[in-house]
Design a protein around this ligand. Structure first.
Ligand SMILES: Nc1nc2c(ncn2[C@@H]2O[C@H](COP(=O)(O)OP(=O)(O)OP(=O)(O)O)[C@@H](O)[C@H]2O)c(=O)[nH]1
Ligand SMILES: [Mg+2]
Length: 458
């Protein structure tokens, strides 16, 4: 993945901070210099870099860590927050019927992204039509038509027509019943008048809800200029950074885009239609820093008042894979605060999720809502049944249902939920790093940075 060297050097720095016995102004200066070097190497804009490290130094010397937080961890938090400032807030493309126009220079990944977006909206249950408004590139029509066919989405193009405005006008008519219309435009090798004019005209014709600027991660700093000019011409509403899977220093593109103050919606991570990720700045940064979702973790540690002993016991059960209904009952008792399971799950570092571990937030949300019902049901189970849920057959379900006054469907739902939770927990089993990290989260206040970082490359 792009930014790999950025990631490893930033982790080295964080590790150094975590390992230092105290923080003084010299340490801060050193850290600041190091961050500067790392950012510049990742092609982040010089001005932005200097501003960031200046703020870092100022905050590190003036602000005090919240009670219970180590100075070292506090510095890491400041770095995290400041880096997040560059990436901007998370903003998602709305899932609704709309027209989207893609703009960008030659070969940046517009047509590919059009396909990826089509797939994205199709998966959300919306009908999609791709519109071939690139009349310049050889075989542009065929490329988009092929993509449409592969994805089984609608397509509109006119192979012989040389006026993209005409094509778009006809397309809108022809695809009027289609919910999401995606207009692929042509690129140029530089920002010339002709391109700008064309973009302007197409925009006027299709009146898009979104104008997405597609830019290749290898473009680095030049991205800033492209974004500015196209923004003036077409009013960019969002960005797709393609080819983040390459060896480019994506920091340039990312930070340059920050200047137009429009969100990065997606990053492209490969040539295939499924190689696109919703861009979540926090998660992206946390991954780079190797921290999981630091913010959720900190919040979690602060808000959960779970005693260390109880937490460790619970954690061990959770992660051991030997997980029965009794444990689930106990966990629910301890995690009785609303939202806590979901937040815990959200806080896990995605990159460390073992393959196949699918922690569905809905499952946990529902579990919380149904908590009371389930507890009532479990109160009607025998000790043996709680210990060995596999014992629970149809006639036992009947008995439990009668005893608890809840219907059989609820008893079955509880058992299903238990099985799904057990499966998830089992998948996490054996991930030592995760285990250790989570345990640390339960120790209140201190979010155990050293442990988190110590094995982050495993
Ligand atoms: N590795 C990788 N390759 C990509 C990605 N997105 C696009 N590509 C490749 O980049 C090349 C150009 O992509 P296109 O989608 O044709 O780019 P375009 O902006 O439509 O190009 P023009 O129509 O010529 O202006 C193709 O070979 C794509 O397969 C990505 O996220 N990762
Ligand atoms: Mg194209």
């Amino acid at each position: 993945m792009v930014l790999d060297s950025f990631a490893s050097s930033i982790r080295d720095t964080l590790r150094k901070i975590a390992g230092s016995s105290y923080i003084d102004s010299n340490t801060i200066k050193e850290v600041s210099k190091e961050i500067q070097r790392i950012l510049l190497k990742a092609d982040v804009n010089v001005k932005l870099t200097l501003e960031l490290t200046r703020r870092l130094e100022k905050r590190a010397s003036e602000e005090k860590p919240p009670s219970g937080m180590l100075e070292q961890d506090f510095i890491v938090r400041i770095i995290y927050e400041e880096l997040l400032g560059i990436l901007g807030e998370e903003s998602r493309l709305e899932i609704k019927p709309q027209t989207i126009m893609l703009v960008g220079l030659y070969g940046q990944g517009k047509t590919t992204s059009a396909g990826k977006l089509a797939r994205f909206f199709t998966k959300k249950g919306l009908s999609v039509g791709l519109i071939a408004a690139d009349v310049h590139r050889m075989a542009a029509y065929n490329q988009l038509e092929q993509i449409s066919r592969d994805l089984k989405v609608s397509f509109y193009g006119e192979e012989k027509e040389k006026d993209p405005v005409k094509i778009v006008r006809n397309a809108l008519r022809s695809l009027s019943q289609i919910q999401v219309k995606i207009v692929d435009t042509s690129g140029r090798d530089s920002l010339d008048e002709e391109l700008i004019d064309e973009v302007r005209h197409i925009k006027k014709t299709c009146e898009p809800d979104e104008v997405l600027f597609v830019v290749d991660a290898t473009m680095g700093q030049q991205t800033g200029n492209q974004a500015r000019v196209l923004n003036e011409a077409a009013g960019i509403t969002g960005v797709i950074i393609s080819k983040m899977d390459g060896s480019a220093k994506g920091g340039g593109a990312l930070s340059a885009v920050a200047e137009i103050r429009q969100p990065v919606y997606f990053i492209g991570t490969g040539e295939h239609m499924e190689d696109m990720e919703v861009f979540n700045p926090k998660r992206f940064l946390s991954r780079l820093m190797g921290l999981g979702d630091l913010e959720s973790l900190m919040q979690f540690a602060e808000e959960s008042k779970i005693s260390q002993e109880a937490a460790e016991k619970t954690m061990n059960k959770l992660m051991s894979g030997k997980f029965n209904l009794k444990d689930m009952y106990e966990i629910w008792e301890k995690f009785a605060q609303p939202g806590i399971m979901k937040r815990l799950v959200d806080a896990l570092p995605v990159s460390k999720m073992p393959a196949g571990a699918k922690l569905d937030g809905n499952v946990l949300d529902n579990a919380e809502n149904k908590l009371r019902v389930y507890r009532t049901i479990m109160d009607s189970m025998t000790f043996a049944e709680l210990e060995e849920p596999d014992l629970i057959n149809a006639s036992r379900i009947q008995r439990i249902s009668r005893g608890s006054g809840k219907d059989e469907a609820s008893v079955r739902a509880l058992l299903r939920e238990y099985k799904s939770m057990k499966k998830n927990m089992k998948a996490l089993h054996g991930n030592r790093n995760l285990k250790k990290m989570l345990k640390n989260q339960f120790r209140g206040g201190d979010f155990g940075l050293e442990n988190m970082l110590g094995e982050s490359e495993n």
